[in-house]
Design a protein around this ligand. Structure first.
Ligand SMILES: NC(=O)c1ccc[n+]([C@@H]2O[C@H](COP(=O)([O-])OP(=O)(O)OC[C@H]3O[C@@H](n4cnc5c(N)ncnc54)[C@H](OP(=O)(O)O)[C@@H]3O)[C@@H](O)[C@H]2O)c1
Length: 266
């Protein structure tokens, strides 16, 4: 009898899409899955772990701030002592520009968490996957990776960066038996999207997004992007002349937050 449990790592599992992915895999595989959950909010991680255990999943969690890169790599290496089958590199943060500017602290936090820490996680995961010639790295990027807009400069840059990194790893690692998947979701109803002040067309729940992702992961897709109409819209924006594309983006309130419309502060 094969006692192997599917071992799944989820970073950013305390809420939103990460928590939905953890719970969905727990429900689907029950006693046959072992989940390793990572985030900062211990209370929320315990809550997610309990919900997963309710389905029979084996769960452990690690409280980690992914901005602390050395500690993050040590945490991931400790988790890989039990070989990982699927790693969802999902944790991220976001922030908006105001009057065309983003504070440096915010930009640094976003790039560290969404790009540098995601690369560090992958770097810690690859050696053991390579040794086994098995494992899937799933990078949660965003449809925002297609084209930048004024409201989220550093977030968009982080998501474009991680998309490109994931595509590069796909090429580099395919001959070593490691599968790499890039996920470009549209709007998902979470804390992150609640803080986004622009239009959110075709918003879906995080539970629905988790199901879409799991189904495509099972089919070994290397690129998962949804919903289709938003993907088509992004491709259209790339083809249109820049002034037209920016006009559309401004209409959707993706320009920048104006907190001083009359310039009265000067
Ligand atoms: N929501 C959307 O519309 C949308 C659209 C496209 C792509 N995405 C992507 O989907 C993924 C999940 O986003 P979401 O919407 O679920 O966001 P969310 O609800 O804000 O959740 C973000 C998760 O990341 C964790 N996290 C953030 N900073 C961290 C840090 N320094 N260290 C450790 N964990 C950290 C948070 O946990 P703690 O706060 O507990 O640490 C939380 O679990 C992200 O990669 C996001 O870019 C989201």
């Amino acid at each position: 009898m094969n006692n192997h449990k599917l071992h799944i790592l989820v970073t950013g599992a305390s809420r939103g899409l990460g928590a939905s992915l953890a719970k969905h895999y727990a429900k689907k595989h029950q006693q046959r899955v072992r989940l390793s959950l990572v985030a900062r909010d211990e209370k929320a991680l315990i809550d997610c772990a309990r919900q997963c255990q309710h389905y029979g999943a084996e769960v452990n969690y690690s409280v980690a701030d992914l901005q602390e890169i050395d500690a993050t790599m040590a945490t991931i290496e400790a988790i890989t002592q039990l070989p990982i089958d699927i790693a969802f590199i999902n944790a991220a943060t976001s922030g908006q520009s105001t009057n065309g500017e983003e504070p440096w602290v915010q930009q640094n936090t976003i790039i560290q968490t969404n790009l540098v820490a995601a690369m560090a996680c992958a770097t810690s995961l690859i050696p053991s996957m390579k040794k086994r010639r098995q494992g899937k790295l799933v990078f949660i990027s965003s449809i925002a990776a297609y084209r930048g807009f004024g409201l989220n400069p550093s977030y968009n840059a982080s998501k474009a960066g991680i998309k490109c990194y994931a595509e590069s790893l796909h090429h580099a690692l395919s001959t070593f038996g490691i599968k790499v998947c890039t996920v470009l979701p549209g709007f998902i109803d979470t804390n992150m999207s609640a803080a986004f002040s622009g239009a959110k067309p075709l918003l879906i729940s995080s539970d629905k997004a988790a199901v879409i992702i799991q189904k495509k992961i099972d089919r070994d897709s290397s690129l998962i992007q949804f919903p289709r109409r938003l993907v088509a819209g992004q491709i259209l924006l790339l083809i249109l002349p820049k002034p037209w594309a920016e006009k559309i983006l401004t209409r959707l309130a993706y320009g920048t937050v104006i907190d001083d419309p009359k310039g009265e502060r000067e």
